[in-house]
Design a binder for this molecule. Structure first.
Ligand SMILES: Nc1ncnc2c1ncn2[C@@H]1O[C@H](COP(=O)(O)OP(=O)(O)OP(=O)(O)O)[C@@H](O)[C@H]1O
Length: 308
């Protein structure tokens, strides 16, 4: 397999703080690979290494088959970056932002204009070509940042939380564009705090926690490997959960997790368990039965915020 990225035992310290503790992963051509983890898990540090903005202190990182230490700076022309922040030039128009960026990759003005217009079309922003960046909504700015990352026709695009802060409609539009890129064979690396986004877009992903890889697989593989197939969300304050309830659930083969809402009960026979909750003192109206998702895997592996 010719991997696009081969990361083996990557390590990184900031002073005495160990930000990455020997992480390994391999990214295949044309896939969308996700990095999930709480704030501070090491996602941005990993992405910065891949883009050459952060040095590899331990382990090995290969891009397009070459060790990154030996990779000429021209490798950057094969990579596109969508940073967390919208670092567009607010004084310029949409097309001017793209033309300037194209210049960094050696595109002459007419070539950059042509490529910029193609990308404005791809992003569905034709009416905004001459609009000032200041006048754009958050969703349009994000689409422009993605368009900008594509000016050099990269084979690999690194996206650091590309939809944070967007409304659901704008987020879905970005997803649609990212699916379009994948359909064109572009390899994507994505970090996100939205589990639905990861489940929708990622072919495979790793869950990072405190600089280590806790799990790796496709969203479906991770759900199958780490949680039972269904969840009953019990929305009740913990002091209103009857004593002995958790023990009854466990005795019936379920698993209980404490979360902010109350309790999550995991089971492969969710409906049967749900029918018994009333007899154990929790009314049916406080219980919601649903299939398990990547979010449940994430909660189980990394703990919910209340654990911190
Ligand atoms: N330049 C730095 N100096 C010192 N510590 C740093 C530096 N950059 C990152 N860190 C620390 O390293 C850890 C990993 O940071 P990183 O930005 O990679 O996390 P992250 O998973 O991307 O988080 P977020 O979701 O908040 O972006 C954090 O604890 C962070 O505080």
């Amino acid at each position: 397999m010719n991997y696009i990225v081969e990361a083996t035992n990557l390590g990184k310290n900031y002073g005495s703080f160990r930000a990455l503790n020997g992480i390994s992963f391999f990214i295949r051509p044309g896939e969308c690979f996700g990095l999930l983890g709480h704030n501070g898990a090491g996602k941005t540090t990993t992405m910065r290494m891949i883009y050459g903005l952060s040095t590899v202190e331990a382990g090995e990182l290969r891009l397009f088959g070459e060790p990154i230490s030996l990779t000429p700076s021209s490798i950057k022309s094969r990579i596109g970056v969508v940073p967390q922040e919208d670092n567009l030039d607010p004084d310029l128009t949409v097309i001017e932002n793209l033309i300037i960026y194209g210049g960094y990759f050696g595109l002459a003005k007419d070539q950059a204009l042509q490529r910029g217009r193609e990308l404005i079309g791809f992003m569905g922003m034709e009416e905004k070509e001459n609009a000032s960046v200041d006048s754009l909504s958050g969703g349009l700015k994000r689409r422009l940042v993605i368009a900008r990352a594509l000016m050099n026709r990269p084979e690999l695009v690194i996206l650091d939380e590309p939809t944070t802060g967007l409304d659901p409609q704008a987020r879905r539009l970005v997803w649609q564009k990212l699916r379009g890129l994948k359909a064109d064979g572009v390899t994507l690396i994505l970090t996100t705090h939205y589990m639905e986004e990861a489940a929708q877009l990622c072919d495979r992903l790793i869950v990072l926690h405190e600089g280590r890889v806790l799990a790796e697989g496709s969203p479906a593989e991770l759900v199958a490997a780490h949680v039972m197939s269904e969840v009953i969300e019990v929305h009740l304050p913990l002091d209103r959960i009857p004593s002995g309830f958790s023990e009854s659930v466990t005795a019936a083969g379920g698993q209980v997790m404490t979360v902010a809402e109350g309790l999550f009960l995991y089971s492969n026979q969710g409906h049967e368990l749900w029918q018994q909750t009333a007899a154990w003192g929790v009314p049916a109206h406080a219980c919601i039965l649903r299939p398990s998702t990547l979010e449940d895997v994430f909660l189980k592996l990394t703990g919910w915020e209340g654990d911190e």
